[in-house]
Design a protein around this ligand. Structure first.
Ligand SMILES: Nc1ncnc2c1ncn2[C@@H]1O[C@H](COP(=O)(O)OP(=O)(O)O[C@H]2O[C@H](CO)[C@@H](O)[C@H](O)[C@H]2O)[C@@H](O)[C@H]1O
Length: 475
């Protein structure tokens, strides 16, 4: 099959969050299964810092009264063909933000559609989040090109219809209120990134006002759990770590904790319970819960806490102020830093992710892979990837809580801190997590079956079923 991924992010070139991880990894695995998968993304101003791009474009086109050029290369570290769309609006050294965001991504989507019609014609365009949401509307006219639309984040829905009407050809029959709604209506298949979240978004608590529409088109909505790139994220070979280790040499892991404490200015103490977070600092990630109960937790325990992230100014300030109250025990790194993120996963004892909602979550899977025990709220993909520790039966991979309440988070963190004192049981818990298989193989097969289904082809192989475990209340 010929499949074109269209996305605003693709790791390692442009990654802000988990969508970059997915688009950077899934095509590689689909190609290994024998399909011609390619990526189309913007040529951001910072891309030449990360790779050499040919000087001559492979194609030039026009959309929304603007001309643009497309350069062909390969996604670094893979054999995936990459098309970079160049236009002055993408020259700034940023992925998101700016007053022209609605315009530039609608234009990007239009450019991708022109590219698919005129240069490389795929059978399926796989669109990611609202930035590509108009593609399914335009492609609904084309009998040769079908579309899959993946929701990574329902909270960001793109420009509203009146703005789309101003900017572009927005057909009269497009009754969607905004770009995300239009995409959901017109795509041949809609999927989100975990089975639990695929059910949750049909409810008012998680549907972000689209629950009615998502329930109405429920037959074409599915949930396919994300994987992680286990080749890139491998603690046994990760060149960014102070000390590499594997599930069988886990006794080497504490050297990473000491190195991390030194690096971020925490008191060097191998016995202190070190908690980490690597996250976008936004409401989704449950930061308000942490801000409400962290003082209590710090007073009650000897724990240390490191946060690596950037995002809303409000959360940055709150965390910064809190850090000032705990010198040597808390460190806030307001940075986007891939290398440091790997050292946080490898050095911390536990990873905190009390999300308000979570479509899938990549961070908790990376934490598990690096032996960092996750503490999570049971919502969305966190339900499908982390199970509660049961030291009697030797099952479970982390610590979980249900209700979105500071006291429930506090209790969960205290239970984890207690668990950390029983070293042998803790090591077994870490090893169970490290042995979990989150590689892309299973999910990539499910995507192939989804594409085959649209094209009327028989499924390639039967992938094992993932049953959603429902937890729909916001607590
Ligand atoms: N400051 C920083 N420095 C370095 N690395 C950083 C960083 N901040 C975040 N990251 C990295 O970005 C990724 C975050 O991915 P997540 O899936 O956990 O959340 P996100 O909300 O961004 O993704 C959305 O899309 C994904 C993909 O579908 C869904 O899993 C998820 O639920 C949904 O919210 C991880 O690889 C993490 O290490």
């Amino acid at each position: 099959m010929r499949i074109l991924f269209v996305s605003a992010e693709a790791a390692p070139l442009a990654k802000v969050g988990g969508m970059g991880d997915v688009v950077g990894a899934l095509p590689k695995f689909l190609r290994r299964m024998g399909h011609d998968v390619r990526i189309f993304m913007p040529y951001y101003g910072f891309i030449p810092d990360k790779m050499d791009v040919p000087k001559k474009p492979v194609w030039e086109g026009a959309a929304m009264f603007q001309s643009f050029s497309v350069f062909e290369s390969v996604l670094p570290g893979t054999d995936v063909p990459l098309y970079l769309m160049q236009h002055p609006s993408f020259l700034p050294r940023r992925v998101y933000g700016g007053l022209d965001e609605d315009w530039r991504f609608t234009f990007f989507a239009n450019a991708a559609a022109e590219f698919a019609w005129n240069h490389w014609k795929p059978q399926i365009i796989h669109c990611h989040d609202w930035h590509t949401g108009m593609i399914p509307v335009w492609m609904s006219h084309d009998p040769d090109i079908s579309t899959v639309f993946t929701i990574h984040n329902l909270a960001y829905q793109g420009p509203w219809r009146w703005r789309l009407e101003q900017m572009t050809w927005c057909p009269w029959y497009m009754q969607g209120h905004n770009t995300m709604a239009a995409a959901v209506q017109f795509a041949d298949r809609v999927n989100t990134v975990s089975p639990t979240y695929a059910e949750q978004i049909k409810t008012p608590a998680y549907g972000e006002t689209l629950e009615g529409l998502l329930s109405y088109i429920g037959g074409k909505v599915s949930g396919i759990l994300n994987g992680i790139d286990t080749e890139s994220y491998n603690p046994a070979t990760d060149k960014y770590l102070h000390q590499q280790f594997s599930v069988d040499t886990i006794e080497k892991r504490p050297a990473n904790k000491i190195a991390l404490q030194e690096e971020v200015g925490l008191e060097v103490n191998k016995n202190a319970f070190l908690i980490g977070m690597v996250t976008r600092l936004v409401e989704q990630k449950g930061l308000d819960l942490i801000i409400q109960m962290l003082d209590l937790f710090m007073a009650y325990t000897d724990a240390q806490f490191i946060v690596l992230g950037t995002g809303d100014r409000y959360y940055e300030t709150q965390l910064w102020q809190m850090t000032a109250r705990y010198p040597g025990r808390m460190s806030t790194q307001l940075l986007y830093n891939e290398a440091l993120s790997r050292r946080v996963y490898a050095g911390c004892d536990s990873f905190l992710m009390p999300s308000r909602f979570e479509p899938c979550g990549i961070s908790q899977m990376l934490a598990l892979r690096y032996g960092c025990v996750p503490m999570v709220r049971r919502t969305g993909g966190l339900v499908d990837t982390v199970s509660h520790n049961n030291p009697i039966d030797n099952t479970g991979t982390g610590y979980c809580f249900d209700r979105y309440e500071p006291l429930d988070l506090f209790t969960c963190m205290i239970r984890t801190w207690e668990g950390f004192r029983y070293k042998d049981k803790w090591r077994e818990l870490q090893q169970r997590g490290m042995r979990e298989d989150f590689s892309w193989d299973i999910s990539a097969r499910k995507y192939i079956n989804l594409y085959s289904d649209i094209l009327g082809l028989p499924p390639e192989e039967t992938a094992p079923q993932q049953e959603p475990e429902l937890s729909v209340g916001k607590g």
